[in-house]
Design a binder for this molecule. Sequence first.
Ligand code: PMP
Length: 372
Amino acid sequence: MAAKRGPTPRPGILDIAPYVPGTSALPGAGPVVKLSSNETPLGPSPRAVEAYLAEASCLSRYPDGSARPLREALAKLYGLDPGRIVCGAGSDELLNLLAASYLGPGDEAIYSEHGFLVYRIAIQARGATPVAAQETDLTADVDAILTRVTDKTRMVFIANPNNPTGTYLSFDEVKRLHAGLPEHVILVLDAAYAEYVRANDYEAGIELVATTQNTVMTRTFSKIYGLAALRLGWAYCPAPIADALNRIRGPFNVTGPSIAAGIAALQDQPHMLAAVEHNTLWRGGMAEALTGLGLRVTPSAANFLLLHFPKANGKTAHDADKFLHERRIVLRRVDEYGFPDALRMTIGTEDENRVALEALTTFMGANGKSGR
Ligand code: PMP
């Protein structure tokens, strides 16, 4: 039979490996301990929930098209120019808008070897060529990135800290990276996990955006602010880049309830700081306890840990994943990030952390069997 003829996507689209989100449900009944998507265990601020619910009475109205009240709230909190902030449906949308505005066939864009997978997808979706730069100690390597720059390079994406490794680049290293890039290349600093970093040598990107013409910082309300379901992110850009993004984004790309909840979340800084404190405490405690079990844990500046499992039969990351699923605990498989021997674990509530630790203690202690 002749093959059916129908619409065909542009060249390259079908070469894209679809993004696979962290598992959120398991077969069977009962709750799941979900530590697979880097969500905050403290949830959103109650003030954000209240603001969201209050918007239910205005659902027939379009929101402010440029999310102006939210941009103004962000500008006030961080001391920024609201005209250079662009809001989006998650920072994912902003990463894609950047690629759509500046990349096309024949262009190259660089990301680090184990970098967040959305970059590669956004690059390929525009028909541009993704170029992976090797990392050193599972950390973006400035020299390796700079050696991959060619006259076709248009953009460099860095997650700082990176997902799924949790490693970060110091501000000095970020500045060195920027200084080595040609002026027409955009450096995208994806600071989705910025609030979690407790290191004196870290800067999310505001200073470089303010002082250069080719740096963009992206941020999100999905992580520390606990509003992942609303899909809310923002980018701080040089004015001409904000202008480009504003020309192609959907005219009402951020919803009214999201704008209201985002503003209220920003106003509840004590809630945000409590989430940082919880994370700092448990990130350190879990890293130490898991290392004590014989797992190698990559030092993390974010709200998750990358756990490297042995290769021995019965002890592998895949065995651990299965063992944990049987106990209704879900971590994140990271095979597609180049880590078939690792799982990524989000820092959860105290109870969730203890349950996961107990299960992994049993798993690592059980001698080469499935642990039962
Ligand atoms: N950047 C990084 C590094 C991330 O880990 C994520 C979430 N997985 C995002 C961006 C996207 O987050 P969102 O679209 O929810 O803002």
